[in-house]
Structure formats: C-alpha cells, structure tokens
Design a protein around this ligand. Structure first.
Ligand code: ATP
Length: 308
C-alpha cells in the first residue's frame, strides 16, 4: 500500500484560546474523493488551510504527499492544486492570462503553459472565453476557471473548499462531472461541502464534522446504514389536532424527530408506517416516504440539520 496522500493524527488547531479543530485523525488514500461534511464553523476550512500549507497546525501530526505540512510547504504546494472558497481571480486580466500568470509561480514556461491553459479551458468548457475579462463571467464560469487554474501545475492532489456553493443546479452538475473526470484520471480529490447530495454524489469516503470534531467516517452508504434507518416518513405542517396522535406513533418508529415544520419518523418498514399515518383520525395533507440520507445522520448525531 502506498503512503496515504494525507495523514492526520491528533491534528489540532487553535486561534488564541478558541479550539477550531480538536485533535482529529483521518487518512486520504490515493485516487479517492474524500469529503469533509459539516455545518458552518465545523472546522472544514481550517483543515483545508492546514493541508494546503497556508496555516500551521497547532498540534498533532499532518503529512501531505509523505511530507510534513507547513514545514515542507513549498515542496507540497508544487504538487497540489487548491480551489478556494472565495473567488480570488485576477480581475484586471483575461481568462487565459489568469491561467498563464498562475503558471509562472511554478516556473512553467509560456510555451508549455499556453497549450496547457487552452487544454484546461476546453476541459472546463470555457474554450471560447479565453479573451473575456473576469467580471464578464458568471459565478459558475468563475468556479470552473478556478478549477482550471488549480490544474495548471498538474497536481496529484486537488483541494476544493465548497466547490459549488452558490451555483444553480445545472452549473453544480457540470462541476461534479469535471471532478469525476479528474478522479478517473487518477487525481486525489479532497473537498468540503455543506451539501449532503454533493457528498453522496462525489465522495468515496467522508467524515461528518461538528464543532471541530469528527462524528463519523466511512462511505456515504456505510455512514447512512450505520447511523440512520433505511426509510423516513415526513409529515409536513401537521394540523394541531394531530399532534397527540403523531406523538403516540413515536414508540412505533425506530426514532422520531419533531422539527419546527414537520415530524420525521425513522423506520425499517416505511409502507407499514405510512398506513398507520393514513389511518389517523385526520389524514395530514403532505406525507411522504423517502430513503435515509446523510442529513438524517447529522440530525441523529447532533439534533440539528446541516444547513441550519
Ligand atoms: P464554513 O462552512 O462556514 O466555511 P467551516 O467548517 O469551514 O465553516 P472554519 O472556517 O474552519 O469552519 O471555522 C471553524 C471555527 O474557527 C469557526 O468558529 C471560526 O469562527 C473559527 N475561525 C476560523 N478562522 C479563524 C481565525 N483566523 N481567527 C479566529 N477564529 C477563526
């Protein structure tokens, strides 16, 4: 087995007296897509910054591509690409120039960087936008350009901090497709996201984080199987007179949650449970049956939703 691409042991980060990352362990393997999922403030960006050598760990061990993060930062950065959460493209120059200027940091000669930039613009479907100024690009185009830029040094490891936040569903799917294609080419991907669907779609393995700690780790399917029931009945905006009857169903379910606008009942037999709900004295207007998700896992472990 080759060394893991990233190895963290008791990794710790504090800002003054505030502990943002509280001694966590994880490994990212070659060629996989590994995700950090968690709500705002969980510590995801802090971890990305330590891995990309822009912020030193306060304690523990962190190796990246078999080198020590931060201490070997220059050598590590040559072999990794970073897509930051914020757009930091150079607004003064064109799309193509953004890529060519970036390549200069890696001492890549223009005779190499130009065809490479054109190839990556094609890859992210921006080949006809090379001479556009940055402000003319849509949010989705800027995200794709940031991905193209991060590929200019042909990285083995690509780090993406919330790659699709703020994008519409179509733009999001396009980014997912490009990331899958990079994975097929052998690039190891490490991403953070708030979106459980993004994590389910892209990640081979993931961790769910909360307040600087890892709550669970595994493939999306394993995590769901281990920590929540396979089926969920959602009863939306139940009328007041049903509250008692719904509460009486709680012991029949594996678990139940009363949220602000709905009840969630977790069960292994959704159809049987659904017929119990349908035989209540008043049938609630919106009831549906769905499969368990990563959002349910998070809710089960913390009592809160990921996007709350
Ligand atoms: P988001 O999803 O909002 O990006 P996150 O999981 O990436 O959140 P981080 O940005 O890593 O979370 O922040 C973790 C915690 O550390 C937060 O409470 C944040 O306020 C705090 N924090 C982050 N950077 C600093 C800093 N430079 N100084 C002080 N506190 C910080």
């Amino acid at each position: 087995m080759p060394d893991p691409v990233v190895l963290a042991r008791a990794l710790f980060k504090s800002y003054g007296s505030f502990e943002a990352v509280k001694g966590i362990d994880f490994e990212v393997r070659h060629g996989e897509c590994f995700g950090f999922l968690g709500p705002n403030g969980a510590g995801k960006t802090t971890i990305m910054r330590m891995i990309s050598c822009s912020s030193p760990p306060s304690g523990g061990e962190l190796t990246v591509l078999a080198m020590r993060a931060w201490l070997d930062g220059r050598r590590i950065k040559r072999r990794m690409g970073v897509v930051p959460q914020e757009n930091n493209l150079d607004e003064e120059v064109t799309v193509l120039e953004n890529l060519m200027i970036y390549a200069r940091y890696f001492d890549i000669a223009p005779r190499v960087s130009r065809p490479r930039a054109e190839e990556f613009l094609r890859f992210v479907a921006l080949e006809d936008k090379g001479d556009w100024p940055i402000p003319r690009l849509s949010g989705g185009m800027k995200r794709r350009l940031l991905i193209a830029r991060a590929l200019m040094n042909e990285p083995e490891l690509l780090i993406l901090d919330e790659p699709t936040t703020g994008l519409d569903p179509q733009a999001r799917h396009l980014v997912w497709e490009k990331l899958r294609s990079l994975k097929r080419q052998g690039v190891t991907l490490l991403l953070t996201t708030h979106y459980m669907e993004e994590a389910s779609q892209l990640c081979d393995r993931l961790v769910i984080m909360h307040e600087g700690r890892i709550l669970v780790e595994g493939s999306p399917r394993e995590v769901i199987e281990r920590h929540t029931s396979p089926q969920v009945i959602e009863v939306f905006e139940p009328p007041r007179e049903l509250e008692e009857s719904l509460a009486a169903l709680e012991p029949v379910a594996d678990r139940a949650e009363r949220l602000a606008d709905r009840w969630l009942f977790y069960t292994t037999d959704g159809d049987a449970f659904l017929s119990k709900v349908r035989s209540l004295p008043v049938v609630p207007s919106t009831v549906w049956l769905r499969g368990g998700t990563l959002e349910d896992v998070f809710l089960a472990l913390t009592g809160r939703g990921l996007l709350e």
